[in-house]
Design a binder for this molecule. Structure first.
Ligand code: NOJ
Length: 533
């Protein structure tokens, strides 16, 4: 079976590859990846066998948060290229049958955005301030923040401006939250959507989709309950319904995928109701420990809660915000996700992590629904746990007073060529984060065509997934023991062994894909997934 890119429902089972532009490929040698660099590697993504590419932000930005602080939503930052480069990339991707999803960052702009600069200049009570969340402070002279909200990156979620008012920033002070109660903000983003849809993008990954609307009166945390007064407010859904109408006016199946860290799963399901978004990242799955009972539970619950609203489930194991799964799955269950790992911390075993990551990916790629891959996971890249603290760039590190290392360890530029400067990331030796020596062994050119390599495992899994229509099928659970996750998906029997003892492949089927070597007696060893028919 082939993916029909013309069908409006392509996204229901697509495999979508996340490019984090600054770390993917650098064309000009400044050490920061860019759009021409990405274009030059599109053929590699076609070879890998993905259906679509999601690009993290490449818009104009002062880079307080690596581009998630946008100062112009309709232009490309010079470090990444030009608008013409974006158009060329889009055309080149489409020419190769790849769909393109871009990032949309509606919760906050940059503090360098024209609107925020106007708000600063215009003063309290102005229409310009009403595009953001400005308030007077608490206390007699307003010297205290309006409420006790904390920023995700550490410290108060409020900063004071020279005239004494405070503005809200759930993230960095350079990321002021927009006021989504203001019709002007809504109109502006509808226009931004059209700007990129008109250029031909196939969809949007919506940043902090659960954050746009805040509880009325901005109550303190303990007074509001649920996900907290800043998250997952019912009012966000009206925004996505209005966007859906816009997307539906374009041909070819344009989509939205929600980045919404909400629970329980029923709350996530609300983002993918028929008239809202198409997909929502399944972070419950991403966070599930490597334990068969828990994996079965999270898979079953996810499928049920999305099916209840007629949506598929959108699987994901890694992205630019979390410890890479080739490291995470060898660490302690429940270990912090976004905090990174420092050189002096205990380091999860590389081989164990990779074995589990390969098994987890083979499991994920057989599940009904769509799946996202994060650049470098097809190489088996681990988190860079030895990154020196002095080079860290994630604002979290500074904002937390050097207590939370943050996400740099999963953002280290990719190795393409083992024996080249910057491992082929760029033409010269520079890379915005230093690459560790072990990158050589993960380089694409060391893995391409090498039997048993992680890259060839991904390639084969994606080819078979397409051939057998995995992702499009239902799932029938099989009971092969408490430590085994086993099911039938269409004509394929999937068996993931999370226990310690080998598990025999059931009679009557032959293994077509194995995430690692089988035992001499043909059984499936620990931390291994097979597909059989
Ligand atoms: C989620 C993005 O993925 C992350 O990288 C960013 O820091 C926050 N949203 C704020 O935009």
């Amino acid at each position: 079976m082939t993916t029909d890119h013309a069908t409006p429902t392509w996204w229901r089972h697509a495999v979508i590859y996340q490019v984090y532009p600054r770390s993917f490929a650098d064309s000009d040698g400044d050490g920061i990846g860019d759009l021409p660099g990405a274009l030059s590697h599109l053929d590699d993504l076609v070879e890998l066998g993905v259906d679509a590419v999601w690009f993290s932000p490449f818009y104009r930005s002062p880079m307080a948060d690596a581009g998630y602080d946008v100062s112009d939503y309709r232009d490309v930052d010079p470090i990444f290229g030009t608008l013409a480069d974006a158009d060329a990339l889009l055309a080149a991707a489409h020419g190769r049958g790849l769909k393109v999803i871009v990032d949309l960052v509606p919760n906050h702009s940059s503090d360098q955005h024209r609107w925020f600069q106007e708000a600063l200049a215009a003063g309290p009570g102005s229409a310009a301030r009403a595009r953001y969340v400005f308030r007077d402070g608490a206390g007699d002279d307003g010297a205290y923040p309006p409420n006790g909200w904390q920023s995700v990156f550490g410290g108060a979620a409020w900063s004071r401006v020279p005239d004494g008012q405070w503005y809200l920033h759930l993230f960095h002070p350079g990321q002021p939250d927009l006021n989504w109660e203001n019709p002007e903000v809504r109109a502006e983003f509808e226009d931004i959507l059209r700007f990129w849809l008109d250029r031909g993008v196939d969809g949007f990954r919506v940043d902090v989709a659960h954050g746009l609307v805040k509880a009325v009166g901005l109550p303190d945390q303990d007074a509001a309950g649920g996900g907290g007064p800043m998250w997952d407010q019912d009012g966000v859904h009206e925004i996505y319904r209005s966007w859906r109408k816009i997307l539906d006016g374009y041909p070819g199946g344009r989509i939205m995928v929600a980045e919404a860290w909400v629970s329980p799963p029923e709350r996530l399901g609300r983002y993918v109701r028929g008239d809202e978004m198409h997909q929502a990242f399944n972070f419950e799955f991403l966070q599930a420990p490597w334990d068969a009972t828990r994996q079965r539970e999270v898979i079953a619950t996810s499928l049920a809660t999305t099916a209840a609203v007629g949506a598929p489930t959108t699987w994901v194991l890694s992205n630019h915000d979390v410890v890479r799964h080739a490291t995470r799955l060898a660490g302690p269950a429940g270990a912090p996700l976004h905090q990174g790992i420092g050189a002096a911390d205990p380091h999860p075993d590389l081989a164990l992590g990779l074995r589990r990551a390969r098994a987890a990916t083979a499991l994920m790629l057989a599940l009904p629904g769509s799946a996202y891959l994060y650049q470098g996971e097809e190489l088996g890249l681990p988190e860079d746990v030895r990154l020196p603290d002095e080079v860290r760039q994630d604002p979290t590190w500074l904002r937390s007073g050097h207590t939370i290392r943050g996400r740099d360890g999963c953002r280290v530029p990719l190795p393409w060529v083992a024996d080249a400067p910057s491992y082929g990331f760029g033409p010269g030796p520079s890379s915005w984060l230093p690459q560790p020596d072990i990158w050589a062994r993960y380089a694409l050119d060391r893995q391409r065509g090498v039997a048993g390599s992680t890259y060839e495992l991904y390639r084969r899994a994606l080819a078979l997934r397409r051939e057998y229509g995995l992702g499009t099928t239902g799932l029938i659970w099989l009971d092969l023991g408490p430590d085994v996750v086993a099911f039938r998906a269409g004509t394929v029997l999937v068996l993931a062994n999370l226990g310690t003892a080998g598990v025999p492949v059931p009679d009557g089927v032959a293994v077509v894909l194995a995430s690692g070597p089988l035992a001499d007696d043909g059984t499936v060893p620990t931390d291994t997934t097979v597909w059989a028919r």
